[in-house]
Design a protein around this ligand. Structure first.
Ligand code: TYD
Ligand code: MG
Length: 468
């Protein structure tokens, strides 16, 4: 006996509800429920406690033969890095990002490298958004050679059944689906881009890729809030979720691994966008410093409100400049605005600063910016962030050649950061001469050219920085 039952499905996370309501229980988004297709819910009772089926054999972990398969290089160092050293054969990767940031460009370049690195295997680019000629135009613009143009197969199709049949007969090694929101399956009633379509088409493509050992890239759209559109289940299905960050206007792009079953999360790949497509940036650690630190004409004169921090994103340290502007507020609720940093964290740190260092900002607007459009997610940025705020507040510049890192706790203590030595060595390598760091991160052996000042608390750090 099967009974038809109406469900209301959230367009953001895919959770099903029995009745309509304003807010989704699953993800908390408002007004996102719409009536989904009725699903058959079986009410029939089965024998033997409600379940029936054949028993399957289990085996011990030791008896599983593990073959170490070499990863596939994508031909771009930085792309390999975010994937954790290349793509695992049969790996499924979801690539998200704002429109026009370079998703299609990056994947077309990756396919071109793929046919060059392994000439015997085919690759297919499935486009649901652009016409075949638009993709060809991009390939021309990228300056792809005749071999690549000859070997990359292109298919303008959105129906997943046709795509699967085509893939099964063409037997490619790598496939790009651009984008998953344009794909649809005949068997599902709803429009392309809806939760059930995205989920089912992605599941079908993923299943196919896994069972055939094919590398699959899915391009995903983002919502205006910046999250990957479509159901969260998409993120659970795939092996890696990569996300393009940064400003589409700026010339460089950052790809971050948000999830990776075969590598480090938060790993960053840095690319420059040129007129010939994306190029890997080999030494990105100084990219996020303003031109003052890169030998500009004003000779590196210090300005108030700027502080350089060392953040460890993924497996490598990056130097990032944070800028703060503190100004008298004219509104009852002073503004706390952050670009590339967490505003909630800032509010908390300002409270800690008031309580433990006696510096109040409750009548001041505070603006913070991480230079270069990079997003800093680490708590090790706390101390540098407060140093920039105090520097702006007092109109006292911090010395050039100074780096700061360390987490600030609610008790006003400065906590150690992971991989402190690596951060310090990177700062020294880039010519920084002084570092204010958590006491636990002070190096046992001195680092050449770097004067390390260990601090235990926020007030001690501010004393060192501003000689109060
Ligand atoms: P695209 O890859 O189509 O972005 P997405 O698929 O994420 O929407 O386009 C990236 C942008 O980069 C586009 O605005 C044009 C620009 N671009 C270059 O600057 N140089 C190039 O060689 C190419 C191909 C694109
Ligand atoms: Mg595109």
């Amino acid at each position: 006996m099967a009974k038809e039952k109406a469900v209301f499905v959230c367009s953001a996370c895919g959770q099903a509800h029995a009745k309509w309501q304003g807010q989704c229980d699953g993800c908390g988004s408002w007004n996102s429920l719409s009536q989904g297709k009725a699903v058959a819910v079986s009410t029939g009772r089965k024998s033997s406690g409600g379940f029936s089926g054949q028993a399957a054999a289990v085996q011990s972990l030791a008896s599983v033969a593990v073959e170490e398969q070499p990863r596939w290089s994508m031909g771009l160092d930085e792309f390999d890095r975010v994937l954790g050293g290349g793509l695992v054969p049969g790996g499924v990767v979801l690539l998200g990002g704002d429109p026009g940031i370079g998703k299609s460009t990056l994947l077309l370049q990756a396919l071109a490298q793929q046919v060059r690195l392994s000439p015997e295997s085919g690759v297919i680019y499935v486009t649901g958004e652009e016409s075949v000629s638009q993709v060809a135009l991009r390939a021309q613009r990228l300056g792809l050679d005749a071999v690549a143009l000859d070997r990359i197969q292109i298919l303008a199709e959105t129906q997943v059944e046709t795509i699967l049949a085509t893939l099964a007969s063409a037997k490619p090694r790598m496939v790009v689906i651009d984008s998953i929101q344009t794909m649809f399956s005949e068997e599902i009633g709803s429009a392309p881009g809806s939760v059930s379509q995205v989920r089912e088409t992605a599941a079908a493509l993923t299943r196919w890729a896994k069972s055939n050992g094919v590398g699959l890239f899915l391009v995903g759209h983002v919502t205006k809030e910046g999250a990957l559109a479509g159901p969260r289940v998409l993120e659970h299905m795939v092996d890696a979720v990569l996300y393009f960050e940064g400003d589409p206007q700026a010339s460089f792009r950052v790809v971050r691994a948000i999830k990776n079953r075969f590598g480090t999360v938060n790993e960053l790949g840095v690319f420059g966008m040129t007129d010939k497509g994306l190029k890997a940036v080999s030494n990105p650690s100084a990219l996020f410093l303003s031109s003052r630190y890169q030998g500009s004409e004003d000779g590196g004169a210090p300005v108030p409100g700027s502080c350089v921090l060392v953040t460890q994103e993924g497996s490598r340290p990056l130097l990032v400049e944070v800028q703060a502007l503190v100004d008298t507020s004219r509104v009852p609720n002073p503004r706390r605005l952050c670009v590339g940093l967490d505003p909630q964290r800032l509010a908390m740190l300002l409270a800690v600063m008031h309580r433990h260092a006696g510096l109040a900002c409750f009548d001041q607007d505070v603006y913070l910016n991480a230079v270069g459009g990079v997003r800093v997610t680490e708590t090790a940025s706390d101390l540098a962030l407060l140093a920039a705020v105090v520097s702006s507040m007092r109109n006292r510049p911090l010395p050039v050649g100074l780096v700061v890192f360390g987490e600030v706790g609610l008790a006003g203590e400065v906590r150690p950061s992971v991989r402190g030595q690596e951060r310090l060595r990177e700062a020294a390598r880039l010519g920084f001469s002084r570092a204010v760091v958590p006491a636990a991160n002070a190096p046992k052996k001195p680092i050449e050219g770097l004067d390390v000042i260990p601090v235990k608390s926020l007030s001690q750090a501010l004393d060192c920085l501003f000689e109060r």
